[in-house]
Design a protein around this ligand. Structure first.
Ligand code: NAD
Length: 464
């Protein structure tokens, strides 16, 4: 929970559970950006010349440094944005433990490819684009930065990184760890809010890699498009879960509770709407309520807590407003819906939700599971696809083949069958429709930080 105070030129980071001041950073003045961009461009040449292997070698041990500080980093994440401490530490470990594997995967993706036919031999180079801006959100303040900054750097770009104004200290710490080994000017940090974000997008850079809301993504595409700048946009979601008539009810309810309420629902692939076959609707709702009842809400730093606070009052107010509006339009509160205090919103299960309600169509990003009763698979698919978002989707059904067939009919980028949406190791993270415009991770994702160049010679090469 942070507040820019332009008068003092400082950005204060506060713990959303307690209001405690966690720390502060200096806001980067917008008129300082051209100099930062010039510095990034000046550092580009040597960074590029170091080559893929050189860059990977330089960055190889940074993961160990992060691992050694995982508890400290995890506690900082919790203090800045509220998630339970175990999840904050888990986020630090997720980045650190897979660091070398991730580097190797990026290096494999960016090594030149060769294509040959009887007359031609083409080498496909994945070259750096130049100066890359990375703008990130607060919900996974370390991981979202890591997913974009590392491949951008390994690809040979210099990077200007703007962490969310809600979590500036975590962003700064991540950059500081990298800067212990990086040459000067290769990675720079800009602090501030959308003012700095917009100014960076408008500045003389070559790629904007962005993870955040659909509204900001639209704004960025508009501005970048005017100059045909490259963009990678990973945007919001309104993920559906389909519970088919043969679904294992307990397992489906356990998954729904975890995936709707984890990180206080502040996850881009949170389960926000649940389409349940009428024949098992009531039993599923009872099981979901039983799971929601088990969750302990409180300060993530204290004891055993499953759900922390919302990141900030504005996010809490958005969630509570959507819930009240849905109830006024006829939704029923099966669990929660009251007992909220400060930035804490109780896990809430709504039933009798319809697509006339905003809560069924616009991202909530809070601990709310909105349940819709459907008559059959066709209605479930039709309603799930009635959305401009297309990030993830989940289908639960005992007949896995049938569930997978239903999954193939969904307009989402990542579809999990009887499980979450994350793909096998090496899979990209990809949104369809307005949830994604470009994507990252995996071979295809890493290559989006590069310019493809093809050099073709005659084959066989003439002698001499
Ligand atoms: P946000 O869009 O408000 O802010 C994200 C970042 O962009 C911040 O650093 C912010 O300062 C900056 N920003 C805001 N407006 C901007 C503009 N017009 N131009 C340039 N920069 C701008 O999002 P948030 O509240 O930080 O994060 C939550 C959103 O992020 C949710 O919609 C969530 O679904 C999405 N998200 C998506 C993914 C994914 O992989 N698709 C992952 C995490 C979060």
């Amino acid at each position: 929970m942070s507040s820019p105070t332009p008068e003092s030129n400082l950005l204060f980071s506060r713990n959303p559970a307690t209001g405690e001041l966690v720390g502060q950073v200096a806001i980067t003045p917008v008129d300082a950006l051209p100099e930062l961009v010039a510095r990034a461009r000046a550092a580009s040449g040597n960074w590029r010349t170091l080559g893929l292997e050189g860059r990977v070698a330089l960055l190889r041990d940074v993961g160990d440094r992060l691992k050694a500080r995982a508890e400290e980093v995890g506690a900082l994440i919790t203090r800045e944005m509220g998630k339970p401490l175990s999840e904050g530490i888990g986020e630090a470990h997720d980045c650190a433990d897979a660091w070398r594997e991730e580097l190797d995967e990026i290096a494999r993706a960016l090594a030149p490819d060769v294509l040959e036919d009887p007359r031609s031999r083409s080498t496909l180079f994945h070259d750096p684009l130049g100066v890359c801006v990375a703008i990130t959100p607060w919900n996974f303040p370390l991981e979202m930065a890591h997913w974009m900054v590392l491949p951008a750097l390994v690809a040979g770009n210099t990077v200007i990184f703007k962490p969310s104004e809600e979590t500036p200290l975590t962003g700064q710490l991540y950059a500081d760890l990298l800067n212990e080994v990086l040459p000067s000017g290769v990675l720079q940090v800009v602090h501030g809010d959308e003012v700095q974000g917009r100014a960076l997008v408008a500045s003389d850079v070559d790629l904007i890699a962005f993870t955040g809301s659909r509204a900001a993504g639209r704004d960025i595409l508009g501005s970048a498009g005017a100059r045909l700048k490259r963009v990678i946009l990973e945007l919001g979601g309104k993920d559906p879960m389909l519970v088919l008539d043969d679904a294992p009810i307990e397992a489906a309810a356990k998954f729904a509770a975890r995936n709707s309420f984890r990180n206080c629902g502040q996850v881009c692939v949170s389960t926000e709407r649940i389409y349940v076959h009428a024949s098992i609707h009531d039993a599923f709702v009872d099981a979901l309520v039983a799971e929601a009842r088990k969750l302990r809400v409180g300060d993530g730093l204290k004891g055993e807590v499953d759900v922390g606070p919302m990141v900030a009052p504005w996010q809490r107010d958005h969630v509570l407003r959507q819930v009240s509006a849905a109830v006024a339009q006829g939704a029923k509160v099966a669990f929660g819906g009251e007992g909220h205090y400060d930035n804490f919103v109780m896990p809430t299960v709504l039933t009798e939700v319809t697509h006339e309600m905003e809560i069924a169509t616009e991202e909530t990003f809070g601990p709310v599971a909105a349940v819709v009763r459907v008559r059959d698979d066709d209605e479930a698919v039709e309603k799930a696809n009635d959305s401009p978002y297309g990030l993830g989707a989940v289908v639960f059904g005992a007949d896995e083949r049938r569930a997978a067939d239903v999954g193939r009919r969904l307009n989402s980028g990542m579809i999990g069958i009887n499980r979450g949406v994350g793909g096998a190791s090496g899979s990209p993270w990809v949104g369809a429709l307005e949830s994604g415009y470009g994507f990252h991770k995996g071979v295809e994702g890493h290559r989006q930080f590069t310019q493809l160049r093809i050099v073709t010679t005659r084959q066989p090469l003439p002698a001499g």
